[in-house]
Design a protein around this ligand. Structure first.
Ligand code: XLS
Ligand code: NI
Ligand code: NI
Length: 436
């Protein structure tokens, strides 16, 4: 039985269409920079928001109307939800999805029963994934919802919480491998602190690193060759999360000899919570060679928490895709919609509108970015701006043939530095507007 009987497969109808259930810009097999849009964007639906989001908030109950879901924690309900999810993915035409272990299957009375539940649901996911060819972008374990993780998982003062988390990630790596998942994400939901008076930060960070090393080792042991990601977020739920932003993550990975094993999964709303733009976070990761994947969403200018709204701003999607293209495109990563429909958008069809809008916004962003790159105006400007480093003194400095003494001699001789040229910010912003 269909969960969305009135909705057929969403197709590309072009910018002029009046059909709200069609794509205006996303055409899966359209070639951009030598690759299909589908392969550039690698869209993924987040199971937790789209199939487990209820609309409940601290002030009110669930609002979502989901006729297929009986609201129970039964395995039957969980398995049926998987089939509905795949109908949704298929109709939307996304190639990927992502989930936490606990999104898909209920916890049992002990770890063994929980693992059995998971296996049973994963069998249905496997079946549906094989039937449709829609694949897991990345798997992840929920190490933050259960009260056993109240003080953290890998960073808990309770070593049993660490052990439980290890067992959970072990299992989750196994199912990710079985499903042909292309990656595995760590987001440290409770890995941080509320108060430094009760916290041994050094010990917690050491434990987190040990935990990640164990994951890397186990992946190797079972032959999981997918990409590991760490997902920066500065706060919420904890006051300070150890994976607070791209630079902090990279520093942590380097300090603990993990930099070769993890890349970053960057999320727009997390960047803004950190006081950065998504462009900043992507540049920090890209220039360090660890730009892996993105969680596509957006925040609200007036709300200071992770509102996880669907991205519709073409400037934002242009920046994302410009930076992704600049760093060579996605390899294992993709555009995962870590976004939820508003509490007030409670009908099933809103899930379609939301994803269609996000996919179209990213498709446009991709096309605009490709056009900007084809003209090379921005690139050319940046190249010229650094031209003093291409020859003469700049090239010599870069080649390492100078020191403070030789530079002093050079400048004493010249008397003063050559003049600067304009940064042309306003002109560049105008140029970008000619493409958007
Ligand atoms: C929460 C995070 C989370 C991760 C996966 O803010 O974005 O959804 O992406 O655990
Ligand atoms: Ni996320
Ligand atoms: Ni988030």
């Amino acid at each position: 039985m269909s969960a969305f009987p009135d909705i057929s497969k969403v197709t590309y109808e072009g910018p002029e269409t009046k059909n709200p259930l069609a794509f205006r810009h996303y055409q899966a097999d359209e070639i951009v920079e030598g690759k299909t849009m589908k392969d550039h964007l690698r869209f993924s639906v987040a199971y937790w928001h789209t199939f487990r989001g209820t609309g409940a908030d601290p002030f009110g109950q669930a609002t979502m109307i989901r006729p297929w879901d009986d609201g129970s924690d039964s395995l039957e309900n969980a398995k049926n939800r998987v089939r509905v999810a795949f109908e949704f993915f298929e109709k939307l035409g996304v190639p990927h999805f992502a989930f936490h272990d606990r999104d898909v299957a209920p916890e049992g009375k002990n770890l063994a029963e929980t693992n059995r539940n998971l296996d049973e649901v994963v069998r249905v996911i496997q079946e549906e994934s094989d039937r449709t060819g829609i694949r897991l972008l990345w798997g992840t374990a929920c190490l933050f919802a259960n009260p056993r993780y109240v003080h953290g998982a890998a960073t808990s003062p309770n070593s049993d919480a660490f052990a439980y988390a290890a067992a959970q990630v072990k299992k989750c790596l196994e199912i990710t491998l079985a499903l042909g998942g292309q990656g595995y994400t760590f987001w440290g939901g409770r890995e941080g602190y509320q108060n430094l008076w009760n916290t041994d930060m050094k010990r917690e960070l050491d434990h987190l690193a040990q935990f990640l090393h164990m994951a890397v080792d186990y992946a190797k042991e079972i032959g999981f060759a997918g990409q590991f990601y760490i997902e920066p977020k500065p706060k919420e739920p904890t006051k300070h999360q150890y994976d607070s932003d791209a630079a902090a993550c990279i520093n942590f990975l380097r300090q603990y000899d993990l930099i070769d094993h993890l890349k970053l999964n960057l999320e727009t709303n997390h960047a803004t919570l950190a006081g950065h733009t998504m462009q900043h976070e992507m540049e920090v990761a890209g220039s360090a060679g660890v730009l892996g994947s993105i969680d596509a969403n957006t925040g609200d200018m007036l709300l200071g928490w992770d509102t996880d709204q669907f991205p519709t701003d073409i400037y934002l999607t242009t920046i994302c895709m410009y930076t992704i293209l600049k760093y060579g495109g996605f390899k294992t990563g993709g555009v995962n919609f870590d976004a939820k429909v508003r509490r007030e958008s409670f009908e099933p069809v809103d899930l379609f509108y939301a994803h269609i809008g996000g996919m179209d916004a990213f498709a446009r962003g991709l096309k605009v970015a490709a056009a900007m790159r084809a003209d090379g105006v921005i690139d050319g400007f940046v190249r010229d701006r650094y031209a003093s480093w291409d020859t003469g003194l700049g090239a010599e400095i870069e080649a390492g043939t100078h020191d403070f003494k030789s530079l002093e001699r050079y400048m004493l001789d010249r008397g003063d530095a050559a003049g600067n040229t304009s940064g042309r910010q306003e002109w560049l912003e105008n140029v970008i507007n000619t493409y958007v």
